[in-house]
Design a binder for this molecule. Structure first.
Ligand SMILES: Nc1ncnc2c1ncn2[C@@H]1O[C@H](COP(=O)(O)OP(=O)(O)OP(=O)(O)O)[C@@H](O)[C@H]1O
Length: 474
């Protein structure tokens, strides 16, 4: 008997032949880590259309940074460094095209992964939530949930731990506030911002991020905190005030008892340490998780140490604040990123704002007459380092660095990300959050027009725009 195959069957057979597959059977509490080389997936010989690599949960239970996988679900992990953890055991597969250079994938035994410690941290925070609900607000706050800040130097997994604990809080029925003070590698919106958003769903495992529609965003304007520390502090203070107002008007809600997770930048020395203390203070943080840095852990421990003979005698040491400092292990899975990878991650975030994380959106190109908008900059242009100022100049005047100045719209604004401010007047720019962002694609001074990309098809909601130093070629 002769067998005949349809063209479809031939295609399927060809595709199957062109696909490679690796499989793992993970025991309880084990982790599968997937790591793409520094040169990255970009160097893969696979044509762009074929660049995919899918992780599939065949059976059991597994999660990626706290977001559960469904059995049979295929997640494209091409170019993404991640870990897949199982509490109860799982069979996993990695499928990739024959021309794709596969990532390094390896398993980690249950006694070597920090995931169990992370799960215990979640359990401790859950107890604080229960306790807060019973005892009511304290420490000058109206909300009762733990306010937890994640600190540590660069590349220790702060963002990842923030994501895991936020996911666990949501899975336990909470709606925590996610606050991002890392203006360089923002989780919530474009770089150069400090922002917060109420999280109601676990992070989408395919997109690798939370649904951050309608965040509360303040524009700092730079990807580096040292660019203008006074402005950064003022921006964080303003964010903290608005969050307190939100929480006090939502007292007794699930948000009030769910608490907050604050992701921070990796600058923990000198002035970076001061900024960290400033954030702990203005956000009224009660728990700090310090990842992978003994000195920072001890510094904070000394700063916020308190004796606890009995609750009535609790005494804060140096700071007057009661903050619990917890040391957390760094996962060996964290992949360090050099400056070029960080820049690429920033550009990807800006691109994702306009085109969507998986290119599912179409931004709108619009034009406006330059005379119809006003563009401002805070703190003037780039400043000379203190070392270049006359001897004896200890400090610049802080008011200069937070001074709002109108700038003329010139070609040098091309490729800039501008914030669209909710401010009614220029004096309100520092205290106002932003409606969103536009990307300047062209400035035609002769015609007096500016062309920009916007995620919205409608006209700008405000004619007050704010420029910083965040630029990107989209
Ligand atoms: N357990 C893990 N297994 C595999 N990859 C991981 C793991 N933890 C973190 N990563 C990856 O390591 C990279 C850096 O992690 P992360 O962004 O959490 O560090 P960070 O301390 O927040 O960095 P930054 O200082 O830039 O803010 C990310 O690409 C992340 O996906």
């Amino acid at each position: 008997m002769t067998s005949m195959s349809s063209p479809d069957m031939v295609d399927l057979a060809a595709e199957a032949a062109a696909t490679k597959k690796d499989a793992w059977d993970l025991g309880k509490g084990c982790e599968l880590r997937i790591e793409w080389s520094q040169a990255g997936a970009a160097s893969s010989s696979a044509p762009p259309g074929d660049r995919s690599c899918h992780l599939k949960l065949v059976s059991g239970t597994a999660e990626v940074f706290g977001s559960e996988l469904a059995v049979g679900q295929r997640v494209d992990v091409f170019g993404k460094n991640l870990s897949c953890f199982t509490f109860h055991g799982a069979k996993l597969e990695l499928e990739y095209g024959a021309s794709v250079s596969p990532p390094t994938a390896y398993t980690v035994a249950a006694d070597e992964t920090p995931m169990v410690q992370y799960a215990n941290l979640h359990a401790a925070l859950q107890s604080k939530r229960d306790e807060g609900r019973k005892l009511g607000p304290s420490g000058g706050r109206t909300d009762t949930g733990p306010r937890c800040l994640i600190a540590g130097p660069v590349d220790v997994g702060k963002t990842t731990l923030t994501r895991i604990l936020t996911n666990y809080a949501v899975r336990a029925g909470g709606t925590p506030l996610l606050v991002d003070l890392d203006m360089g590698q923002s989780m919530i919106t474009v770089p150069g911002t400090v922002s917060a958003v109420l999280i109601e769903d676990v992070a989408d495992v395919r997109r690798g991020e939370f649904n951050c529609d309608n965040p509360l965003t303040f524009f700092y304007g730079h990807a580096n905190p040292s660019e203008n520390m006074d402005l950064y502090k003022q921006t964080v203070e303003r964010l903290a005030v608005v969050l307190d107002t939100f929480l006090s008007s939502n007292a007794n809600s699930i948000a009030s008892s769910s608490g907050m997770f604050v992701n921070t930048m990796g600058w923990v020395d000198g002035q970076g340490y001061e900024l960290l203390l400033h954030a702990i203070e203005c956000l009224k943080v009660d728990t700090v998780l310090v990842i992978g840095h003994d000195r920072l852990y001890n510094q904070l421990k000394n700063k916020f140490a308190f004796t606890k003979k009995n609750p009535a005698e609790e005494q804060a040491a140096e700071s007057g604040m009661k903050v619990e400092i917890v040391k957390v292990a760094r996962s060996d899975g964290v992949v360090a990123r050099d400056a070029s990878r960080r820049k690429a991650a920033r550009e990807k975030k800006i691109h994702g704002y306009f085109y969507g994380p998986t290119r599912e959106l179409n931004p709108f190109s619009r034009s406006v007459q330059i005379s119809q908008v006003s563009v401002y900059r805070v703190g003037g242009g780039p400043m000379a380092p203190l070392s270049a100022l006359p001897i004896g100049t200890a400090n610049r005047d802080a008011s200069d660095r937070t001074k709002v100045q109108k700038i003329s719209v010139q070609r040098d604004l091309t490729h800039s990300v501008l914030a669209v401010s909710h401010a009614k007047d220029p004096e309100d720019i520092l205290s106002s959050n932003v409606a969103g962002f536009i990307h300047v694609t062209e400035v035609d001074v002769q015609r007096g027009s500016m062309t920009y990309l916007s995620p919205s098809p409608t006209a700008l909601p405000s004619n007050i725009l704010v420029a910083g130093t965040v630029k990107c070629f989209l």
